[in-house]
Design a binder for this molecule. Structure first.
Ligand SMILES: *Cc1c(COP(=O)(O)O)cnc(C)c1O
Length: 344
């Protein structure tokens, strides 16, 4: 069965063009630095982000961890959102592997951390205190609804970082979605950041891989630590070839996914028993089940599957639907019809 898969944008399989490029990719041993396709991908990514250098890494989680490990020493403290992927969905890697101490700050409904909260969380010099080293932002902010942090906000946090001698890292797993939603270049959006991670493997439809970008010195150290973590890949050009198509062909089409998320949102408003979050600003639609719905999330997932639609829960009574390259207008219609039938 050909399912319409709304569980995540990570489910995106490579496009036919990607498969062709992967089959024909020129490769070398990337641990020696001589895989030409990886090198082109890294150069192109660095250029698009406006950073000196970039590194191809196996996953977004590894990219974020590398950034934390390069910026921080053991015992240093990192200001992170309490709903951020780094804080809640990376298996505690910063503390387990880096001895780094997270300092969670509440994510507001719009995904931001209040500037006053950030300022109040910066440790003063005192024999009792940790040393605050880094601020992390997430854009788009996944758990807050795929919401987009605007340019001015990122700049304001960048100023706080500079004035307090802190680094700024952006977990930009979906930074190209954020830039598309804001209609700005990614470069302008991440300008204040010392380092940025983004995923090729999500809405950009590549099968595997993420990019970490920063200064030459930062990337040199990150490359060393990537090897330490076992992330030095060999003929990785096979993967980078797909990533190049992500950058060239996929970044420009994300607006379509956002428009379809809005269509889903509008359609779901007509379905009984749902309490929708605010209108989506990127490719995610979140909603809760009202008490009148007697089915459990697991039952709904089962029933939707019988209708050819894959969905995933985001809480005991909560769902998240994600649009992506492999969901077209007919897919949106089919999903709406299935929800209407299942929740009738
Ligand atoms: C997916 C994701 C990551 C991690 O990426 P993986 O490739 O799954 O390790 C990091 N941050 C955010 C916001 C994500 O959505």
């Amino acid at each position: 069965m050909n399912y319409i898969d709304l569980r995540s944008d990570t489910v995106t399989k490579p496009t036919p063009e990607m498969r062709e490029a992967m089959a024909g990719a020129e490769v070398g041993d990337d641990v020696y630095g001589d895989d030409p396709t990886v090198n082109i991908l890294q150069e192109k990514a660095a250029e698009m982000l406006g950073k000196e250098d970039a590194l191809f890494v196996p996953s977004g989680t590894m990219g974020n961890l590398l950034a934390l490990l390069v910026h921080c020493q053991r015992g240093d403290e990192v200001i992170v959102g309490d709903k951020s992927h780094i804080y809640i969905n990376e298996a505690g890697g910063m503390s387990a592997l880096g001895g780094i101490h997270p300092r969670p700050v509440m994510n507001q409904a719009d995904g931001t951390l209040l500037l006053d909260d950030i300022l109040a969380s910066i440790q003063t010099e005192d024999v009792h205190h940790t040393i605050t080293r880094l601020i992390c932002l997430e854009n788009t902010q996944n758990v807050c609804g795929g919401v987009v942090l605007p340019v001015e906000y990122v700049q304001a946090v960048g100023r706080i970082a500079r004035e307090n001698n802190l680094f700024l890292h952006i977990d930009g797993a979906r930074i190209f979605n954020a830039a598309a939603a804001l209609n700005v270049s990614v470069k302008d959006l991440v300008e204040p950041a010392d380092s940025v991670m983004f995923c090729l493997s999500k809405g950009l439809a590549a099968p595997v891989g993420s990019i970490l970008a920063g200064t030459k010195k930062f990337i040199k150290r990150a490359r060393h630590l990537r090897k330490m973590l076992g992330g030095g890949m060999r003929q990785a050009g096979v993967l980078a070839a797909a990533g190049l198509i992500s950058l060239e062909k996929m970044t420009g089409r994300l607006g379509q996914d956002h428009a379809r998320a809005k269509s889903l949102f509008e359609g779901l408003k007509q379905v009984r028993g749902l309490k929708l979050d605010a209108c989506p600003s990127s490719n995610m639609v979140y909603f809760d089940l009202l008490d009148e719905i007697k089915l459990s999330v697991d039952q709904i997932i089962e029933e939707m599957k019988k209708h050819g639609i894959l969905v995933d829960w985001a809480g005991p009574r909560r769902f998240r639907l994600v649009t992506h390259y492999w969901v077209d207008d007919a897919g949106v219609e089919a999903a709406l019809k299935a929800f209407t039938d299942v929740l009738m």
